[in-house]
Ligand binder design. Structure first.
Ligand SMILES: [Fe+2]
Ligand SMILES: [Fe+2]
Length: 359
């Protein structure tokens, strides 16, 4: 299910504009034109995030926010206030009442999307409190280190290797304990698509390495490679990266460039090993040479590249996305086996044994 975002705004043009942007990026929006309507809609739909104007007829944003905070059921919903200008007193009042942030109109699409990404996950991140402390710590660290890594790429700096390694070492503990499935489930529905996919691939690939008998140190290298395997996606425009549904041919061409970008980013970052580059650069190569970016064949892909291709495909099939339901593990394996000549059959059969045993 896509995230539900409530937009409370009396100006119809601004409300529709914001709604259109959010729908374009795969969110579901609900609109209200004043505080009274907003409170009714909150009861009905229990949104994941609320954008709320301050000056509105009937019931203004500040009064509405105060009422939401008093509610037993809905007080945790993050509310971002919208204001025509930076009115310090009102902003201070809104923050005091528990608004998580405020945005000055006219809104900037890029900033809106960043806010949605950081605050739209409050419910999911809260549910992590039910996991083991080490898993909670790992998930919180990995969200932060993924955001930090993307920022480094944006600023043209090397990846924060030590931070990433620390996060991955906690993940290795779960892998060695055979306790990965709860992690895979815990991130379902989180908005940061690259974080979700990377973490799940890292966990699946780590379990595969552990199953094949790699020691803890080598498993850590594989897990780190999995966590970083799609870093190049940070260079892909959001309209392509977050497009709900299938990409057209031109968009797919742009998307495919992420594998080359990943290799470039990883090679420029101190601490990253050649095995990690192999995982990042070859997870889209196919045994029959039909993959990308190099069209490598058979043994030239290397064991780690071929294992990464299996973990990456399995993650994508079993993932819950705004536009698709997860496919069960058994069925996903059948689909992967039907891709004649794409995946290494020996590794795929070992992977199949792992899935049947349980991650
Ligand atoms: Fe990829
Ligand atoms: Fe991937």
């Amino acid at each position: 299910m896509p995230k539900k975002i409530l937009i409370v705004e009396d100006d119809r043009t601004s409300r529709t504009l914001l709604s259109k942007v959010l729908i374009k990026y795969g969110y579901q929006t609900i609109e209200a034109n004043n505080g009274v309507q907003a409170l009714e809609k909150i009861q009905k739909v229990n949104p994941d995030l609320i954008f709320m104007d301050i000056n509105m007829p009937m019931k203004d944003g500040i009064t509405t926010l105060a009422e939401i905070r008093k509610s037993e059921t809905f007080s945790d919903i993050p509310v971002i206030m919208l204001t025509a200008r930076s009115d310090k007193k009102t902003v201070a009042k809104a923050i005091e009442l528990g608004a998580v942030d405020f945005l000055v109109k006219p809104l900037d699409t890029k900033i809106v999307l960043k806010k949605v990404e950081s605050f739209g996950n409050a419910k999911i991140e809260k549910s992590w409190e039910n996991l083991k402390p080490i898993q909670q710590k790992m998930l919180r660290l990995s969200v932060a280190s993924m955001q930090n890594s993307l920022k480094c790429v944006e600023d043209g700096k090397p990846l924060p290797y030590e931070e990433i390694k620390e996060t991955c070492s906690y993940l290795v503990e779960s892998v060695v304990d055979g306790d990965v499935q709860s992690l895979l489930d815990a991130v379902h529905g989180h908005d940061n698509g690259t974080f979700v996919h990377s973490l799940r691939v890292a966990a699946i690939l780590g379990s595969f390495a552990n199953f094949k008998g790699l020691d803890k140190q080598d498993t850590l290298e594989v897990v780190t490679g999995g966590m970083l395997h799609d870093m190049g996606k940070s260079k892909i425009p959001l309209t392509v990266l977050n497009k709900p549904g299938r990409l057209n041919e031109d968009e797919f061409k742009i998307m495919r460039m992420h594998a080359e970008y990943t290799m470039d980013i990883l090679r420029k970052s101190p601490g990253i090993t050649s095995n990690m580059v192999e995982i990042g650069g070859r997870h889209h190569e196919r045994m029959d040479g039909t993959g990308y970016p190099r069209g490598l064949k058979g043994e030239d892909i290397g064991t780690l590249g071929a294992m990464a291709a299996i973990a990456d495909a399995f993650e994508a099939l079993t993932a819950k996305r705004p536009y698709k339901n997860p496919i069960p593990g058994d069925e996903s394996l059948k689909i992967m086996k039907s891709w004649d000549g794409h995946l290494d059959p020996v590794l795929l059969s070992q992977f199949s044994d792992l899935i049947h045993k349980g991650l």
